[in-house]
Design a protein around this ligand. Structure first.
Ligand SMILES: CC(C)(COP(=O)(O)OP(=O)(O)OC[C@H]1O[C@@H](n2cnc3c(N)ncnc32)[C@H](O)[C@@H]1OP(=O)(O)O)[C@@H](O)C(=O)NCCC(=O)NCCS
Length: 137
């Protein structure tokens, strides 16, 4: 799912939710990844990013999606529906994702048995979009 924020007919923000999976003990669960989120610099700090996240989570919830994962600032996302994923039973897909950045939003369809490893789809690996690379390497 892809959503844009529009001001005076101009697209000023965008958020994408992509199909990903959770490798849970009972079975594979279809979940979503929120990435990327972007707001045009001149329109930042007006709540547009916050509204895009809220809209994306509402859309996921209304489709019965139990979990939305992301990599990002805990300061930003932690007050917008997300929490540290490691602390609530999820395993990161890469050692290159800082622990604090690995976050999840547990939605109304989430059930306690839905724990396990978050698995990105092939596109994230093919375009090397998982975690951080050492800039010195
Ligand atoms: C991050 C981003 C989407 C926020 O959008 P926005 O519309 O400016 O956000 P809002 O107005 O809803 O919220 C403002 C808050 O975001 C914080 N913020 C803005 N950019 C931030 C950043 N790069 N890292 C952490 N916090 C950030 C502000 O300090 C403010 O914090 P507060 O709520 O504690 O006061 C926007 O700054 C952006 O597009 N950045 C470049 C792309 C990016 O980094 N995307 C996130 C990838 S995980």
């Amino acid at each position: 799912m892809s959503f844009v924020a529009v001001v005076d007919d101009q697209v000023v923000g965008h958020v994408l939710l992509s199909a990903t999976r959770l490798d849970a003990p009972r079975r594979i669960v279809d979940v979503l990844s929120l990435s990327p989120l972007g707001v045009v610099p001149e329109f930042q700090r007006r709540g547009i990013g916050t509204q895009l996240i809220a809209h994306a989570l509402q859309a996921a919830d209304s489709q019965g999606v139990p979990l939305v994962f992301l990599e990002g600032s805990p300061h930003y996302y932690g007050t917008r529906g997300f929490e540290g994923a490691g602390a609530v039973g999820f395993r990161s897909p890469s050692l290159r994702i800082p622990e604090a950045a690995f976050q999840v939003a547990r939605l109304s369809a989430h059930e306690p048995w839905m724990t396990g490893t978050f698995v990105y789809s092939e596109a994230f690996w093919a375009f090397d979009c998982v975690g951080l690379r050492d800039p010195e390497a």
